[in-house]
Design a protein around this ligand. Structure first.
Ligand code: ATR
Length: 291
């Protein structure tokens, strides 16, 4: 008697480049831990062929995708339904194909919040938060952070107008959650702080760490009680992390955010929430071996 092959649902991460992505490893661990029958691959889409690639994957029975650089805006445009957090982010990192079409979500901000609160044990409720950067990465995390009801979020950026535009976008939501939101001094760069006291949480959402650039930030924002969180990660601490530690702050990279956004995508697809902590510990070990 031959055994029927076990039917597994297909998912993948789509990007360009995508070879470096840790998502297949992370989702394989989640599938093993939860017993969900899931296959998860990498999909390299040509820069001018995102939509065709996604539709071909869907036509072949694919159930959902994680979307990475540079396709998050195209994924946002492709979805015919969006979660409120994806609409606020203006970008989509998770697509789910179902009977109603293409659902677009964004789990990045949720991943950040969960890493800060659960893995690092720092509550955002009532906290003073400083957000460095006002690009796509920053926009994606504002609403999930506001939902945790911090006391204050200050957004600063190298280009002041972009910080002010972000503040304007989220003013209504901030009011709803009882949070003060502001765009720093007249420059919005953190040269001229609104309040020269250390922040509880400082999040680096600039692309600075990619080329080892330190975003401009007043040293007085960092104190011994501050958590300085860099959304980037690597085998070595980033320049931002080193800078924060030299000022007495506790520093974290974004590896936990990566794992937790993946766990939330898994939940969006499967309705089952995997535990991120063991996968984060395993990835941390792998990174340390590369250092
Ligand atoms: P992403 O989607 O990764 O956020 P983005 O939308 O291009 O990418 O935004 C990049 C962010 O990093 C912006 O806030 C950018 O500042 P500007 O708006 O002034 O361009 C910021 N950034 C990039 N390189 C930086 C650097 N060397 N120092 C400070 N900020 C930097």
């Amino acid at each position: 008697m031959s055994a029927e092959p076990i039917q597994r649902d297909r998912y993948a991460v789509v990007g360009n480049p995508v070879a470096h992505s840790k998502s297949p490893y992370i989702h394989a661990q989640f599938a093993a831990a939860t017993g969900e029958r899931v296959d998860y691959d990498r999909l390299l889409a040509p820069l001018d062929g995102f939509v065709e690639h996604v539709q071909a994957f869907r036509a072949a029975g694919g159930r959902g995708l994680n979307v990475t650089v540079p396709f998050k805006l195209e994924a946002h445009a492709l979805a015919n339904r969006l979660s409120p957090r994806a609409a606020a982010a203006g970008a989509v990192n998770t697509l789910r194909f179902d009977e109603d079409g293409i659902f677009g979500d964004n789990t990045d901000g949720f991943g950040l919040v969960r890493d800060i609160e659960v893995n690092l044990g720092v509550s955002l409720k009532g906290a003073r938060v400083l957000l460095l950067g006002a690009g796509g990465a920053a926009r994606g995390v504002v609403l999930p952070m506001l939902e945790r009801q911090p006391r204050e979020i200050t957004i600063v950026n190298r280009t002041a107008q972009k910080a002010h535009a972000l503040v304007e976008q989220f003013e209504g939501a901030a009011r709803e959650f009882g949070c003060l939101i502001n765009g720093g001094g007249p420059d919005a760069v953190y040269r001229d702080p609104v309040d020269a006291k250390p922040y509880d949480v400082i999040v680096n959402a600039t692309a600075g760490s990619l080329d080892a650039a330190l975003p401009e930030c007043d040293a007085r924002a960092f104190g011994t009680g501050s958590l300085a969180y860099d959304m980037m990660y690597g085998a070595e601490p980033t320049v931002f992390m080193r800078h924060a530690e030299s000022l007495g702050a506790r520093a974290s990279d974004g590896l936990g955010m990566l794992v937790e956004q993946a766990a939330e995508s898994f939940f969006v697809w499967r309705g089952v929430r995997p535990d991120g902590a063991p996968v984060l510990a395993a990835l941390r070990k792998q990174l340390a071996a590369q250092a």
